[in-house]
Design a protein around this ligand. Sequence first.
Ligand SMILES: Nc1nc2c(ncn2[C@@H]2O[C@H](COP(=O)(O)OP(=O)(O)OP(=O)(O)O)[C@@H](O)[C@H]2O)c(=O)[nH]1
Ligand SMILES: [Mg+2]
Length: 263
Amino acid sequence: MDDLVINWFPGHMKRAMDQITEHIRLCDAIIYVLDARAPLSCLNPGFNELLMRKPVLFVLNKIDLAPDGTLDLFRKHQKGTVITLNSRVSGTSKKIVSGLNKLLHERLAAAKAKGITRPIRAIVIGVTNSGKSTLINNLAKKGKTKTGDRPGVTRTKQWVATNESLLWVLDTPGTLWPKLDNQRVAQNLCFIGSIKGDVVDIVELAKILMSRVGDEAIIKRFGTTCFDEIKHRRGKQDDEQTARAILGDFREGRLGRICLDFT
Ligand SMILES: Nc1nc2c(ncn2[C@@H]2O[C@H](COP(=O)(O)OP(=O)(O)OP(=O)(O)O)[C@@H](O)[C@H]2O)c(=O)[nH]1
Ligand SMILES: [Mg+2]
């Protein structure tokens, strides 16, 4: 079961990585959006060098779908300024603005002393489907950016003015990395919907997910841990439909608040 091989790096992602590298120069800070259900798996090794160039605000987004304690566990693995967010609720922009202010405190004070009131420019990066555009829409004054529960919704970069008149954010397309050599990470990215389900055997994927989330959560939802029994109980569904239902339940939080890293 564990030899399900996932590899995924469409050409447009190479272009997106190149664009991000180019635009980071124009920015004061990086907002790095990670899915709190697999935050370590969302860390792109291709960004390591970029993260050293500018101050980084790590955002554990979709925190409503992850268990308590996820932030503390993440902090054990990653140094830096981290906030948690549920971007689906309004009013979260304050947390981002205060995080950025903390991060850029000295620079902002120096600029103010010189009478410079240039806006803060932040670039928003992260894997596909981590909620970058949703987070930006929470900040946006107008010209909302497109969101959707599938990978690859944002195809081009986009500057957005925010309600905080001194903050501009740049939305970017989601990016993965060319060599997903850790298959556990690749599987996690499939479970959270960052890698399209159609590049893998979805039934196998659902069965792996069931073993990863554990019997307790599966029994609570389905009354059994047997895939065929779940299929049987759901009526006329075939294997693939059952698998999609199980993956969908996980993605929408119906299996409970789960984090796939740190286990
Ligand atoms: N539960 C929950 N869902 C969220 C949150 N943030 C975003 N979503 C959902 O996640 C899905 C993806 O959101 P997008 O904002 O389009 O993600 P993205 O990172 O811009 O995706 P790409 O443009 O494809 O890279 C949407 O269905 C959002 O409603 C959150 O904090 N909690
Ligand atoms: Mg987007």
